[in-house]
Write a protein that binds this ligand. Structure first.
Ligand code: G3P
Length: 217
């Protein structure tokens, strides 16, 4: 399972990239707004830090302008993945960009039928939002199970990118279901490392080691 970080904060991205465990980055207009920076500059900087795909989202709602924005975003760096919303215009744009060889991430997916349409439009990634479904009392992970099954049934190449991940259990469930990618806030990635028994065990090992008076090198 690939790990993407869902942020436009370059300090966090740089730190997580240093772990060697980061496979890509996703952004959205809200995250760009939160960064307080010009979109083209922050996307270029992120693309320099991370080799993998960096999702940059269009903000137009009509096909022609989405296409122009998508082509512009793709010109920023070779690892830009253009993100479009799951609307008719978004999928039309997805088809054209995908046919041109541009990877496209279709976002704001809340149903399996929407995910089926995105795969047929040639999307490289589909982003079902699990947390936002859970928020309204629907089954976010149930949607992931459905999409993974449907894509397997037809051997679609579109990767299931689980988005709106809120906690480590979402990551575990995504991995068990065979989702290709999870995009998560930096805090969730960091939480995956942690276990109280790891901390307790290490503390005991180091206390015993100190008693020996030895050093390894
Ligand atoms: O970037 C899309 C998605 O991951 C947003 O998550 O927490 O705003 O629902 P959230």
């Amino acid at each position: 399972m690939k790990f993407f970080v869902d942020t436009a904060d370059v300090t966090d991205i740089r730190a997580l990239a240093g772990s060697g465990l980061l496979d890509g980055v996703t952004t959205n207009p809200s995250l760009i707004a939160k960064s307080g920076r010009k979109m083209s500059e922050v996307i270029a900087e992120i693309c320099d830090i991370v080799e993998g795909p960096v999702s940059a989202e269009v903000t137009a709602t009509d096909h022609e302008t989405m296409l122009a924005e998508g082509r512009y975003l793709r010109s920023i760096a070779s690892n830009v993945c253009v993100k479009v919303p799951l609307t008719e215009a978004g999928l039309r744009t997805c088809k054209v960009l995908s046919d041109e060889g541009t990877p496209v991430n279709v976002t704001l997916c809340f149903s399996a039928n929407q995910a089926l349409l995105a795969a047929k439009a040639g999307a490289s990634f589909i982003s079902p939002f699990v947390g936002r479904l859970d928020d309204i009392g629907q089954d976010g992970m149930g949607l992931i199970a459905d999409v993974v099954q449907i894509y397997r049934n037809y051997a679609f190449k579109t990767e299931v990118l689980v988005a709106s991940i809120r906690h480590p259990v979402h990551v575990l469930q995504s991995a068990k279901l065979g989702a290709h990618v999870g995009t998560m806030p930096p805090s969730v990635i960091r939480a995956l490392f942690k276990h109280p028994l790891t901390d307790k065990g290490l503390e005991a090992f180091l206390a015993d080691w100190a008693k020996t008076g030895q050093t390894i090198i």
